[in-house]
Design a protein around this ligand. Structure first.
Ligand SMILES: *Cc1c(COP(=O)(O)O)cnc(C)c1O
Length: 379
C-alpha cells in the first residue's frame, strides 16, 4: 500500500488488531515460470475445459434461483473421490455425503472450523514454520493464536506434538501434512498421538492435507483415522492436485456432527451454482486431471536429488514443492532466479527458499539458473 493510502486507512475506525497490518498475498508476476504458490503449472486439459463449460452453461439457465444450499451432488462426488483414495491404500471406503463439507477454498473451510470451534476467549495452536494463513484465520475469528514449536530440522514427533497440546490445551490444533513450506508429511502415529492428547482438553484436531495427492508411497492419509474419531477433521482442496486453484473449492471430511456444526456458521448459499458446477465437472474428470500428479511427483523427486548434488539441503518432500536450505544469501538467489524469469518463494527463513515442482522444462530452467547463481558466488 502507498503511504498516503495507509494514512487514509488509519483515519478509519479500524479494529485495533488490524491497524498497521498488510493484506496477505504472494507476488503475482507475469514471468515465464511461476513457481511460488504451488499451483499445478499445467493448463487445464481441453476436454476438462469443455466439460466445465458445459456444466456451467446448464447452471447458468438457473442462476435466477439460489443454488442448492446443501450442494448434495458435489458432496456425493467428493465422498466417492475420497473413498477411491482410501481404497487405493487398502482402507475400507466409509465416507458418504454426510461426512463432507465444502467451501470457497480450504481457506473458507478453515474459517468455518474456527468460527464453530474457536472464537473469542478460545485458542488455536499450530506449529511454525507452517502455512502462514493459520494465524490470520485466528485473527479473523477473534481467536487467540498459539505458535507451537518443531524440532531443529522442522520435523515433529508424536511425543512432542502430544506434549504441546497437553501444555496449551487449545480449542483447535491444526496439523499440516504434508507441511507447507517444508513439504514433509507427518506419520499417522503423530496424528493419533495428537488426537489422544487432544481428547483430554476437548480439542478439535484438524489435519490440513492440501497436498495429500502428492504424498510418497507408504505415507498414509489421516482419512483412514476418521472412523470413531468424532473430533478429527481432514481438510483437502481442489486447488493443487486438481489444477483448480481458480475454481476456489476446498472441502473437509469428518463425522456428520462436524458438518452439522459447519451449517451453523456458513453464510446462506455460500457455494455458488457456478462453483458447484465447475467442481462437479472437474470431479467427473478426476482421472484426466490427476494424470499430471505423477509427472509432477517425478519432477519433485528430481529437484530434491539435483539440489542435494549441488551441495544444498533439500527437505524430503511429500508435496508438489521442495523446501531447501544451505544458501548463503537466499534473497540474492531469489532475485537471480527472478531475473531469469523464474519466480519462487522466499518464506522468510534465513538460508532457505521454496520452489513449486511444475513441468520438466520449468524444473530444468530452475535448476540451471540456481546452479549458475551458486557457481557465480563461489568462483
Ligand atoms: C495451498 C494451500 C491450501 C489451499 O488453499 P485454498 O484456499 O484451497 O486454495 C491450504 N492449505 C495449505 C497448507 C496450502 O498450502
Amino acid at each position: 500500500m502507498t503511504s498516503s493510502r495507509s494514512r487514509n486507512l488509519s483515519r478509519l475506525p479500524l479494529r485495533e488488531e488490524l491497524k498497521g497490518q498488510e493484506p496477505y498475498g504472494a507476488p503475482q508476476l507475469a514471468v515465464k515460470a511461476m513457481l511460488n504458490v504451488n499451483e499445478t503449472t499445467y493448463d487445464v486439459p481441453a476436454d476438462v475445459v469443455d466439460a466445465i463449460a458445459k456444466e456451467v452453461r446448464s447452471a447458468a439457465a438457473q442462476l435466477n434461483r439460489y443454488p442448492d444450499r446443501e450442494f448434495s451432488t458435489l458432496r456425493e462426488k467428493l465422498a466417492d473421490y475420497l473413498n477411491r483414495d482410501l481404497a487405493a491404500e487398502g482402507e475400507p471406503a466409509q465416507l458418504t455425503a454426510e461426512n463432507i463439507w465444502a467451501a470457497n477454498g480450504s481457506n473458507e473451510i478453515m474459517q468455518h472450523i474456527l468460527q464453530a470451534f474457536a472464537g473469542p476467549g478460545r485458542s488455536v495452536l499450530s506449529f511454525p514454520p507452517t502455512y502462514s494463513m493459520y494465524p490470520l484465520y485466528a485473527r479473523g475469528t477473534y481467536s487467540e493464536y498459539i505458535a507451537g514449536t518443531r524440532g531443529a530440522d522442522f520435523t515433529q514427533t508424536p511425543a512432542d506434538v502430544a506434549a504441546q497440546i497437553k501444555e496449551h490445551r487449545p480449542n483447535v490444533v491444526i496439523l499440516c501434512s504434508p507441511n507447507n513450506p517444508t513439504g514433509t508429511a507427518l506419520t499417522l502415529e503423530t496424528v493419533e498421538a495428537a488426537y489422544e492428547a487432544a481428547l483430554e482438553s476437548d480439542t478439535i484436531v484438524v489435519v490440513d492435507e492440501a497436498y495429500g495427492e502428492f504424498r510418497q508411497t507408504g505415507t498414509g492419509s489421516a482419512l483412514a483415522l476418521l472412523p470413531g474419531r468424532e473430533r478429527l477433521i481432514v481438510s483437502r482442496t481442489m486447488s493443487k492436485a486438481f489444477a483448480l486453484a481458480g475454481g476456489r473449492l476446498g472441502y473437509l471430511a469428518a463425522a456428520p456432527e462436524v458438518t452439522d456444526a459447519m451449517r451453523l456458521v456458513r453464510l446462506p448459499y455460500h457455494l455458488s451454482a457456478v462453483t458447484q458446477a465447475t467442481a462437479v465437472a472437474a470431479l467427473d474428470h478426476s482421472a484426466t486431471l490427476m494424470a499430471n500428479v505423477e509427472r509432477i511427483k517425478e519432477q519433485r523427486d528430481r529437484i530434491v536429488t539435483a539440489l542435494a548434488e549441488m551441495g544444498l539441503h533439500p527437505a524430503p518432500s511429500d508435496a508438489n514443492f521442495v523446501f531447501f536450505g544451505g544458501l548463503h544469501d537466499e534473497k540474492a538467489a531469489w532475485q537471480h532466479l527472478l531475473d531469469d524469469g523464474i519466480l519462487i518463494r522466499d518464506v522468510g527463513i534465513p538460508g532457505h527458499l521454496r520452489v513449486t515442482a511444475g513441468t520438466e522444462e520449468e524444473a530444468t530452467d530452475f535448476l540451471a539458473s540456481l546452479q549458475h547463481f551458486i557457481s557465480g558466488v563461489t568462483t
